[in-house]
Design a protein around this ligand. Sequence first.
Ligand SMILES: NC(=O)c1ccc[n+]([C@@H]2O[C@H](COP(=O)([O-])OP(=O)(O)OC[C@H]3O[C@@H](n4cnc5c(N)ncnc54)[C@H](O)[C@@H]3O)[C@@H](O)[C@H]2O)c1
Length: 383
Amino acid sequence: MSADSDRVGIGVIGCGGMGMAIVSRVLARDKRFEVTAVYDPDERSVARALGEISTHPDVCTDHRAVVDRPDVNLVMIASWNRFHADQTVDAFHAGKHVFCQKPMATTIEDCARMQRAWRESGAKFTLGFTLRYAPHYRKIQQLVASGAIGDLISLEFNETIDFNHGGYIMGDWRRLRENAGTHLLEKCCHDIDLINWITASRAKRVASFGGLDFFVPEGESHIERIGPSPDGKEPFQTWRSLVGKNPFTSDKDIFDNQVAIIEYDSGVRAAFHANSMSAIPERRMYLQGSEGAIRADLRTGTIELRKIGWDTPTLDEGLGRTDGHGGGDDILADELVASTLHGTEPSAGVLEGLESTATCLAIDEAADTGQVVGMGRYWGAFN
Ligand SMILES: NC(=O)c1ccc[n+]([C@@H]2O[C@H](COP(=O)([O-])OP(=O)(O)OC[C@H]3O[C@@H](n4cnc5c(N)ncnc54)[C@H](O)[C@@H]3O)[C@@H](O)[C@H]2O)c1
């Protein structure tokens, strides 16, 4: 593509919530972008997408029909995670640029296949690591990289999600590892990516414990205890869902709470906490360096920085409260448009995707086996 292109055809694979959230932003940014084809096996998603797209795209019966079309230049994938690899590889083989939602894939072998196909194609790959684009996290990364707290020594971070959000996940396709990978991979791959970026290092070894303790059949009484929301919706069911199963009795094999520790090549040590039934949702970080500390939370938009010392002031570096993605979706769409038209490198692509996936998979191996897992085998899968 070039800046002079008068038309950029988009093929959409997976027309659900986060597919259309990014597609609609791209369409709003540059009139040259136009959706020419869509594929989604669920006709409700297709119908909703056609209602949002004014250009009457063709509805294809499989993803290959989308990627092979000559009027598709950019393939935008937001299907279930298990399909990301095949769909991305086929798009690269067809010579198309790819935007793919996170996580990159659900296995290390799939990440390696995607990396090979990307290299061979010479096309651009943008990964939907929305939070990398959020000004809140860009600010934290810049502060650490500029030495504002000295050398990073250790840190903690979390993603504790609202009980209704947790209920949605436990009733949705993501409740099963075969569709989405683990909860850590599906949801917290963002958070692991942020820490990979901020530490500017790769994990060396990891350990973890996790389990399913709240969204179990014996917990169903929480529905009655909490009662309907102020606007009359069932508790744990207020999020949009195509499936909408009872989150307590649904079949599932993901955790609803997990802790992990990571030691990085750089020597930095990190502790992570995830849970899915939170009363006080947070996406918080506490970063300790040799000269100071940063405490930040995306949900409140706060970033505090204080240098080690007797009466050092606490500096307010916060950028304020925004949406759940910290405004990252809009900036991601800006960069995706620029990358497609001008060939600029996206802020998150293949390397970031496979590093986050590998770290998440190793953490889950540690949780499933009860062992400390060294990362050598994972890093050895890539070149
Ligand atoms: N970047 C972010 O912050 C963010 C946030 C939420 C979700 N996501 C990611 O976006 C992707 C979609 O999640 P969602 O929240 O939009 O879910 P969703 O359930 O709203 O949409 C998923 C869609 O994929 C479709 N689908 C299933 N199998 C398919 C296949 N083989 N080919 C094409 N489409 C298929 C489903 O029918 C559904 O319409 C996931 O990978 C998820 O991890 C990213």
